[in-house]
Design a protein around this ligand. Structure first.
Ligand code: NDP
Length: 315
């Protein structure tokens, strides 16, 4: 069965700050962008609360609200925002050729330019007891699921800014938060560490890892291990939050676009150009260093400008 085909000048995959900013610029440059949102419209910021570090909001803004406003701004200039998932790609190696992106295995978009802003997804520890209890008390999003553990004891794994932010958030809802950090120090910024230490009901444990998540149907506790002396201990909790970083969403581009050893797309110098003519990457999918909403938005703008220049060169 042949799939429906639609030809476009500019296709944007992903709906985080990078995708929407690319859309604002592409639409204003009359590239008539079509944007597919992916499975999580609005991206990672829809699972966060206060965004206090995006310029222009002196009192901060809620992440989900900011994403709705970014979408509205992109639509105001004519971006065609659609719900759908890119399921496979076939990029043209010829300059000026059409790149084929299949949506939901149902439709083919043939695009002169493609901007990839597919972001990154939460990582899990990968131990069997954790995997088995995903959805049964194991979560990678405190802001989404913390409410279910109101007044209860929970644990969080990780020592970065996400873990620190989520631990602080949980400490306001839950009776106690045990924070497990595998090293003897946290990677989080000093300001975030300070917030963790100032929260009286966060029990911060260094050099500590999870040996097993306990419970049959739902999380009932953890067996934790001190990685210096090997001492094991069981603690009772009803929710476990994993905050150990993210994996770039690049599986469908494997074998076609250059990636680093962690799967992040490689862009050329200061630009957003990938190794394929007319295919550009912006946001967390190509940035494992800064990973901020504002830097993602910045590279989204760059990708749209790169796409516009590429199309102008073809004429
Ligand atoms: P990070 O990669 O910065 O931190 C991951 C943390 O998880 C580290 O402490 C790491 O330990 C730990 N970890 C990784 N794997 C395991 C494992 N298997 N078992 C136990 N612990 C593990 O990720 P984040 O998501 O925290 O942050 C990503 C980026 O987003 C950063 O640049 C951060 O600054 C930024 N950010 C900014 C925020 C803000 O400004 N408001 C909020 C949230 C994130 P180790 O140190 O030992 O490797």
């Amino acid at each position: 069965m042949s799939l429906e085909i639609e030809k476009v000048k500019n296709l944007i995959i992903g709906s985080g700050p990078a995708g929407y900013t690319a859309a604002i610029y592409a639409a204003r440059a009359d590239l008539k962008p079509v944007l597919y949102t992916g499975l999580e419209p609005g991206g990672q910021l829809t699972t966060t609360t206060d965004v206090d570090n995006f310029p222009g909001y002196p009192d901060g803004i809620q992440g989900p609200k900011m994403m709705v406003e970014l979408q509205q701004q992109a639509e105001r200039f004519g971006t065609d925002v659609r719900v759908g998932m890119a399921t496979s790609v076939k990029f043209s190696s010829k300059k000026g050729g059409f790149h084929i992106v299949t949506i939901d295995d149902k439709k083919e978009i043939h695009a002169k330019t493609v901007i990839i802003s597919t972001g990154a997804s939460a990582k899990y520890l990968g131990i069997p007891s954790e995997q088995r209890l995903r959805g049964g008390g194991v979560s990678a999003c405190a802001v989404c699921d913390g409410f279910f553990y109101k007044g209860q004891e929970v644990a969080i794994v990780g020592g970065g800014d996400t873990a620190a932010e989520e631990a602080t958030y949980l400490s306001k809802i839950c009776s106690k938060v045990t924070m497990l950090v595998r090293k003897d120090h946290m990677r989080a910024s000093k300001a975030m560490q300070h917030r963790v230490r100032a929260s009286k009901n966060i029990d911060l444990r260094f050099n500590t890892e999870i040996d097993k998540v306990l419970g049959e149907q739902v999380v009932e506790g953890l067996r934790i291990v001190n990685n210096i002396n090997g001492k094991k201990e069981e603690i009772k909790i009803s929710g476990l939050f994993i905050a150990i970083g993210h994996k770039p969403n690049t599986d469908i581009f494997s074998g076609q676009l250059d990636m680093d050893s962690d799967g992040y797309l490689i862009t050329n110098g200061k630009s957003t150009k990938t190794n394929i003519h007319g295919v550009f990457a912006s946001g967390d999918v190509q940035d494992k260093e800064y990973r901020q909403a504002v830097t993602a938005a910045g590279t989204g703008c760059m990708a749209a400008l790169d796409a516009e220049r590429y199309l102008a060169e073809l004429q």
